[in-house]
Design a protein. Structure first.
Length: 515
């Protein structure tokens, strides 16, 4: 029988009492490890993190906690190759795609370590300046942010087992808030290994970091008013979390990043022989294929002027045809598999549903996969198209159904007003990319869709380098309104505010000056 991965609670490694969920290699079907959280004393685990972890972290200041993050980075860098191997076996990703997760997580942790250094030896943050409340200037108000005296629960998605919790853990630990990590079961092995390495290095104080692998049942029942929960995953699960009494009655702070139908918008003034046209084609294809399209920020809808539809379709299809799909251990492969057979079934079902309302422009799934048979979890890129702008007005499904894989829909628009209206049908997304060279039209387009997104990514031919449509950078907020969850992560120091409470202190200015 495969190894059962232990949970880390109460500063001890504890096995679940059940048989566990089996994690499999998505290429070969080989059983890898098992995860299980049955029988854990969750009440004790939360109490230990909240009482011991919080008290230990509160003894440190921002600079001291930043030092902890730096030490963690050192441990992660020492073990990176092991993480890449686990990612290949468990997630089916090629090394370049694993780097988005592993290197991205380490980079983000490093960013917050540097930020912590700049915050000095305080244990709270000042907000703005004093405001006088009395005519004689003897009474004033000062707002500050103080760390919440609770625990942060992270419920993460399967697609980023490293970055998904490190980008949350960095701001939380820096804020002095202990964390309990609940990774998605299907890819929990990598998260488990990273946590094990951190714990083995004895960097963090007691109670600061806990890990629960397996079912999430009962986790929310143990949240208290000053706790926080951050969730990344489906809109359906997000709805269940929002309806829990901890949220509705105890006002537990919550951050949600849910499903999102992100867009790329090619401006009408672009020509097929422009540099910006080529940049657009490359980025769309990259977003469809990196991590096999299993990214919450991946481009799902591609909006192009009607007169360029055929040229864009031809260019995208030609580039996608060069994508070698198969076993990530083969050096010729550029795109691996989906993470599980369940995910494959979901993607194939989504492809079938979209084919009822949109034309298939490109589908490489009839070609053999490299070193992977039909029973593997591989799915090749599929490009759908709606080439008639008038028809685009009536098709709803492409704005409602997100196929979480290497799938996107090319949609023709007749003018900017229609493009804006069609993008808005996504009901809120994490990111939209605009491609063009005329500043006036780019600015107008930005302002027309900004409120519907967490981030607007603008590319012109004068942009010599860029971070990429789907790359989440710690300097910029990550999240989006409406369907995408209404949450907000990262964004520099803004990430710390989730773990702090803003409070107004009213006193004599001399006393406030001591703050």
């Amino acid at each position: 029988m495969t190894t059962l991965l232990a949970n880390y609670v109460n500063d001890q490694w504890v096995n679940g009492t059940g048989q566990g969920i089996v994690l499999k290699n998505p290429i070969s079907g080989e059983e890898l490890v098992r995860v299980d959280s049955t029988g854990l004393d969750l009440a004790a685990a939360f109490k230990h993190a909240r009482d011991i972890g919080r008290s230990q972290l509160s003894l440190l200041n921002y600079q001291s906690r930043a030092s902890l993050l730096k030490q963690i980075i050192g441990v992660l860098n020492e073990n990176k190759e092991k993480y890449y191997e686990i990612s290949e076996k468990n997630s089916g990703t090629v090394k370049n795609d694993s780097a988005v997760d592993v290197e991205g997580g380490i980079f983000t942790l490093g960013y917050y370590a540097k930020l912590g250094d700049s915050l000095g030896t305080n244990n709270f943050l000042l907000d703005d300046s004093q405001v006088s409340l009395a005519k004689d200037q003897s009474f004033a108000s000062q707002h500050l942010y103080v760390p919440l005296p609770g625990v942060a629960l992270f419920i993460n998605a399967f697609n980023f087992p490293t970055w998904g919790f490190l980008e949350k853990m960095g701001p939380a630990i820096l804020s002095g808030v202990p964390v309990i990590v609940k990774p998605a079961s299907s890819t929990a092995w990598l998260t488990h290994e990273i946590v094990k390495d951190i714990i083995s290095a004895k960097i963090l104080p007691a109670g600061a970091l806990s890990l629960i692998c397996g079912s999430s049942a009962g986790l929310l029942d143990h949240l208290e008013p000053f706790d926080m929960v951050s969730f990344t995953g489906s809109a359906q699960t997000a709805k269940l979390i929002r309806s829990h009494s901890a949220i509705t009655e105890s006002s537990v702070r919550i951050n949600i990043e849910a499903d999102s139908l992100n867009s790329a918008w090619l401006m009408a003034d672009v020509k097929a022989d422009d540099v910006i046209f080529d940049l657009f084609i490359k980025e769309v294809c990259r977003e469809m294929t990196v991590k096999s399209g299993q990214k919450c920020t991946a481009i799902r809808r591609i909006f192009v002027p009607e007169h360029l539809f055929e040229q864009v379709s031809t260019a995208l299809s030609a580039r996608l045809a060069k994508t070698v799909v198969g076993n990530p251990s083969n050096p010729s492969v550029r795109m691996g598999s989906l993470v599980s057979i369940e995910q494959k079934h979901s993607v194939l079902k989504g492809i079938q549903d979209l084919s009822a309302v949109a034309e298939i422009l490109f589908d490489a799934n009839q070609s053999p996969f490299v070193d992977a048979n039909l029973d593997s979890c591989c799915v090749a890129p599929v490009l759908f198209g709606i080439k008639n702008a008038e028809l685009a007005d009536s098709v709803k499904e492409v704005h409602e159904l997100e196929v979480f894989g290497p799938v996107a829909t090319l949609i023709a628009y007749r003018d900017s007003a229609q493009a804006q209206e069609l993008i808005a049908r996504g009901q809120g997304s994490l990111v939209v990319s605009l491609y063009g060279d005329q500043h006036e039209s780019l600015v107008a387009a930005t302002l027309s869709v900004a409120a519907m997104h967490g981030r607007v990514h603008i590319i012109s031919s004068e942009t010599l380098s860029q971070t990429g449509h789907g790359n989440v950078m710690p300097q910029t907020i990550h999240g989006g309104p409406g369907r995408s969850g209404g949450g907000e992560e990262l964004g520099g120091i803004r990430a710390l505010y989730f773990y702090h409470r803003k409070v107004g202190v009213q006193a004599h200015p001399n006393l406030l000056n001591h703050l």
